[in-house]
Design a protein. Structure first.
Length: 463
């Protein structure tokens, strides 16, 4: 019977991540930096595969979305006019007994998590943006922010993208990149961290069609997560209450996933209305951010589109599906992590990742690590499969096939290819292919291997 770690706790996943090289605490040798993690050799592959899958679905497979890669350092006025300077804050309390600090809305029954005291200060807002100085002169004007969301670069480049692509409504701009938040209490491994990655789409629509588009995007995003392998029963939709909405949102639906610590937000799909384009359009004092002189239009070129019929400028509404990459990785690890009882009484850990997400696609294993002919053949096969462009192919030359299978089950490698004595002695040369999930083995001719592997990893077959 399969046993899922969520029935217990997060420790098994954290342990697998460290042991097998998915995720490490950052600056570990100096004691770690709280709420910051590094992705190891396998983590980087998994994360990139997830981001590539998102980019494929959001940009390549659609005809109404462009991509963008904006800067992380952000002009302070962008985040002033976006409302983040004034409102991007969480309520913080201090414990008077042990002097620790907490996010007020995370405390259970208003008690300090460290010492249990109820003697806490009144909550006060703590702005989560990281500030940094830019240039050699440090004064009140020389600071910038590390962006707290990728979205703002999309709004500030709205005109540039329209002008360079001639897009008309409805259309979207997609971006994947780092975001930074000085979380009061980072927790639950990579779930709530201070440096993370977002996959965001800002989809611009005609005002009045926004509710309909919002619903469409909620459904599309839920389906996409299921295509990445998350089970329907582990996903839930949650409509935020008026009190919970961000300052820019008219309505937000969260996609919750059943993480080891419970159902929590994986992605939010917000109706940001014309809030951001509108805010950046207003004349911004001496800086006139985004404002280029246009004689016939209030001396300011708006972040707006000209309606062909009415000739009026319209500020589009924005629907924003915004997903966390790190939370996505944690969800995939949680969903995939499976402990199976085998017939011989032993157990195996299998990471059941969909093929397109697996960090290593194929492990090629020589049966005898010191046999030159076998190792050479394995190397040739590795190079041939690598040239197919389906992702990382690994030469696993430890000489212990049993251990190799166990290791690759644990890290989710869909197939292992074993090169043995028969491979080099018999004609036609054949190798053993072993499937991660069924553990079934079959012999395939080396000449047919590229075709077999290509078929196996066909994008439409990403199971
Ligand atoms: N642009 C909209 C926006 O940033 P958000 O709900 O604050 O909205 C979007 O963040 C997504 O980013 C969340 O659903 C979550 O997946 C991810 N995220 C937010 N804060 C995070 C944190 N501290 N650590 C990891 N992921 C985070």
């Amino acid at each position: 019977m399969d046993r899922k770690p969520r029935d217990k706790d997060m420790n098994e996943i954290v342990s697998l991540c460290k042991r097998r090289g998915f995720i490490f605490a950052s600056s570990d040798i100096y004691g770690g930096l709280q709420g910051v993690y590094d992705y190891g050799p396998l983590g980087v592959e998994l994360k990139r595969n997830l981001m590539a899958s998102w980019w494929r679905a959001m940009v390549y497979e659609r005809d109404d979305v462009e991509g963008l890669d904006g800067a992380i350092l952000t002009h302070r006025l962008v985040l002033r006019h976006s409302g983040h300077e004034a409102t991007f804050a969480d309520p913080m309390v201090d414990c008077r007994s042990c002097k620790s600090r907490w996010r007020a809305d995370h405390l259970v029954k208003g008690k300090c998590e460290k010492c249990g005291s109820s003697d806490l200060t009144e909550p006060r807002p703590f702005n989560m943006m990281f500030k940094t100085t830019v240039g050699p002169i440090v004064d009140d004007e020389s600071y910038a922010y590390l962006r707290p969301e990728t979205a703002q670069a999309i709004f500030t480049n709205f005109k540039n993208v329209i002008d360079s692509t001639s897009r008309r409504l409805p259309f979207g701009i997609a971006q994947i990149g780092k975001a930074f938040r000085n979380e009061i209490t980072p927790r639950n491994f990579i779930f709530r961290v201070r440096e993370f990655e977002q996959m965001e789409l800002e989809f611009f629509v005609m005002p009045g069609t926004d509710d309909e588009w919002h619903e469409k995007w909620v459904a599309a995003r839920q389906n996409w997560w299921m295509e990445q392998g998350l089970a329907k029963e582990n996903l839930k939709l949650y409509r935020q209450t008026k009190e919970e909405l961000s300052h820019y949102s008219k309505a937000t639906v969260d996609i919750l996933y059943k993480f080891p610590h419970g159902f929590e937000e994986l992605e939010g799909i917000a109706n940001r209305t014309d809030y951001d384009l509108g805010s950046h359009t207003k004349e911004q004092g001496q800086f006139k951010l985004m404002a280029r002189v246009e004689p016939n239009h209030d001396s300011v070129e708006k972040l707006a589109v000209r309606d062909a019929e009415s000739e009026q400028f319209i500020v589009p509404f924005v629907i924003e599906p915004s997903a966390g990459v790190d939370r996505g990785v944690l969800a995939l690890l949680t969903e995939g992590y499976t402990v199976e009882d085998l017939e011989n009484g032993s157990q195996r850990v299998v990471l059941k990742l969909r093929r397109h997400l697996a960090p290593i696609k194929v492990a090629v294993m020589p049966l005898a690590r010191n046999n030159e002919a076998i190792v050479d053949m394995a190397k040739q096969i590795k190079a041939k499969l690598q040239s197919l462009g389906i992702g990382r192919i690994l030469l696993e030359n430890t000489g212990n096939i049993g251990k190799g299978y166990r290791r690759h089950d644990e890290v989710g490698t869909p197939i292992c290819v074993t090169v043995d004595f028969e491979t080099i002695e018999k004609t036609p040369a054949k190798v053993t292919i072993r499937d991660r999930d069924t553990m079934k083995q079959e012999r395939v001719a080396v000449s047919e291997l590229p075709q077999f592997v290509r078929e196996y990893f066909r994008p439409s077959d990403s199971q």
